[in-house]
Design a binder for this molecule. Sequence first.
Ligand code: COD
Ligand code: ATP
Length: 230
Amino acid sequence: MRLVGLTGGIASGKSTVSNLFISEGVPVVDADVVARDVVKKGTGGWKKVVKAFGNDILLENGEIDRARLGHIVFTDPAKRQLLNRLLAPYISSGIFWEVFKLWIKGSKVIILDIPLLFETKMDQQTSPVIVVWVDPETQIKRLMARDGIPEEQAKNKINAQMALDQKKTKANIVIDNSGTIEETRLQFQKVLNQISRPLTWKEYALSRDGIFLLLTSAVVGVLAVRKNLP
Ligand SMILES: CC(C)(COP(=O)(O)OP(=O)(O)OC[C@H]1O[C@@H](n2cnc3c(N)ncnc32)[C@H](O)[C@@H]1O)[C@@H](O)C(=O)NCCC(=O)NCCS
Ligand SMILES: Nc1ncnc2c1ncn2[C@@H]1O[C@H](COP(=O)(O)OP(=O)(O)OP(=O)(O)O)[C@@H](O)[C@H]1O
């Protein structure tokens, strides 16, 4: 099994690239979706967050007011670290289960779309790592337009993550998403070919079929030895 890391900066275009993978039939585990699920009303993550941040961050229906919590954590690094610390175990086990479900289905190449891939050191479990890069002016413009927020708020969100240029230096593959979607799609096609190359022996051994083959060979080997025993 090949676990491909996909990361970048906020609004650099990870979801745009993820959607291209999905449209080609390559499964994607989206850490933002997992992070939303683990704080749904009544879950363990929800309880931890409410205990730490108080009832003020709740909407009338009891769900977390994401805009409000976002405003708190994107302006206060200590509160952000606290939220990250509280949710990290839930998010990593959520990602693990999503990967496990795909492994059971027999998926051989899985994309892990994780905004904080390097910050959480999850890049150590993925290879190759793709960074979706965008130039700083375009990033801030797209973020302000998408979230409908002023420049200062957009800057706070960008500064809450490792610098995108630093992420670029850690990448195995860089997709420059500063241009048009069509330009990104062209780069994507090359990346798709790269990540679809045949699995290495190690990757194959970790896939469902590889494990099945190893187990079958072991059983056949043991039976053959027992049959030949006097
Ligand atoms: C702060 C929250 C409530 C804001 O919710 P909101 O719906 O407005 O944003 P959303 O979840 O869609 O995230 C948008 C983007 O913000 C960035 N981001 C989210 N959390 C963080 C964080 N803790 N630190 C830095 N950047 C972050 C990511 O690039 C993400 O793609 C939410 O992002 C959250 O609960 N974050 C903590 C969980 C986390 O670490 N998520 C990232 C998954 S690795
Ligand atoms: N090449 C492009 N040209 C024009 N707009 C783009 C391009 N790529 C992405 N966008 C737009 O920029 C915004 C951010 O893109 P996207 O949501 O894919 O980023 P992201 O990295 O997934 O963001 P987040 O970190 O918040 O999850 C979206 O509104 C998207 O439609």
